[in-house]
Design a protein around this ligand. Structure first.
Ligand code: C2E
Ligand code: CA
Ligand code: CA
Ligand code: CA
Length: 278
């Protein structure tokens, strides 16, 4: 075991070199990992308030790495983005997601799916055409697809992102601003974006039970969203009290561990069946 300043360094505190190496390996192995089935998509349900009707699911990517084990998307997505490989990631997730929706449609279920976009997708002028092609191939109506994008992703290069967003929107795809409240959050700017939904960042929703400031932020986002005619979604709903408060404020949709954690496709099927059987 290594010692530092006389104190024992326990467990796996990685050095900068190890972090760099791991990141480098992840980036170089990513494409192969997609082909080898190490990467999968989990789905987290979104329910209406107050009805608790399942409106849709959010697709969240998972990587089971042979050496590192489960790698968190917060770690590998930024690395994949920086390496210019996010186009492959988004296509992979989109195809899985549309295939899932297609099979639900075949069973008579209308459940929408939300896919997270990266800033790099919004710099690819061919992206809307690729998406239109995928929708057609799977025979999924555009309104059953939502794209979640962060404000910072749009703000990085609005000149480039805006025409792409408009094109996606004109296809009939639902657009949501993710992590709302954390970025620039310019209200004037929100009005100019072709968006349908705002997702209140989970940090405010998690804090609203104990922090009056967070509660005020949540309340004002609900009001602002509604005054702009947007659907308001809260993520990070972990407690009954939070759900009840959100419902009382008029928030439209809830997502979080209280309803369900992100689930593998198989477990999601079981979850959906258990709900409709009740
Ligand atoms: P996000 O888009 O903000 O996704 C929500 C994150 O919150 C997910 O983490 C989800 O598991 C977690 N979460 C959901 N409900 C709760 C709750 O009640 N409490 C708490 N504490 N957390 C909750 P996850 O799956 O680790 O994803 C992290 C981030 O990675 C996502 O944040 C998103 O920015 C990115 N990401 C995930 N999948 C993709 C993808 O396919 N493409 C891209 N570009 N980014 C992705
Ligand atoms: Ca998201
Ligand atoms: Ca979010
Ligand atoms: Ca996030």
């Amino acid at each position: 075991r290594a010692t530092r300043g006389g104190e024992e360094v326990r467990g796996y505190a990685p050095s900068m070199g190890q972090i760099f190496l791991r990141r480098f390996q992840m980036v170089t192995q990513f494409r192969q990992a997609l082909e080898d089935g190490q990467v999968s998509v989990h789905y987290q349900p979104k329910v209406s308030l107050p009805g608790k009707h399942v409106l849709g699911v959010e697709a969240l990517v998972r990587w089971q790495h042979p050496e590192f084990g489960k790698v968190d998307p917060d770690e590998f997505v930024p690395a994949v983005e920086a390496a210019g490989l996010v186009g492959a990631l988004t296509s992979f997730v989109l195809e899985k997601a549309l295939d899932r929706v297609r099979r639900w449609l075949d069973e008579g279920l209308r459940i929408s799916v939300a896919v997270n976009l990266s800033v790099r997708n919004l710099a690819d002028a061919d992206f809307p055409a690729k998406v239109a092609d995928a929708l057609e191939r799977f025979g999924v109506p555009a309104e059953l697809l939502t794209f979640e994008l962060t404000e910072s992703g749009v703000m990085a290069d609005p000149q480039r992102a805006l025409p792409i967003l408009r094109e996606l929107h004109s296809l009939g795809i639902v657009l949501a601003v993710d992590d709302f409240g954390t970025g620039y959050s310019s209200l004037a700017y929100l009005r100019q974006l072709p968006v349908d939904q705002v997702k209140i960042d989970k940090s405010f929703v998690l804090g609203m039970g104990t922090d009056l400031g967070d509660l005020a932020v949540v309340r004002s986002i609900v009001e602002l969203g509604h005054s702009l005619g947007l659907t308001v979604v809260a993520e990070g709903v972990e407690e009954d009290v939070a759900r009840d408060q959100l419902e009382a404020m008029g928030c439209d949709v809830a997502q979080g561990y209280l309803i369900s954690r992100p689930l593998s496709e198989e477990r999601l099927e079981a979850w959906l069946q258990a709900r409709t059987a009740r």
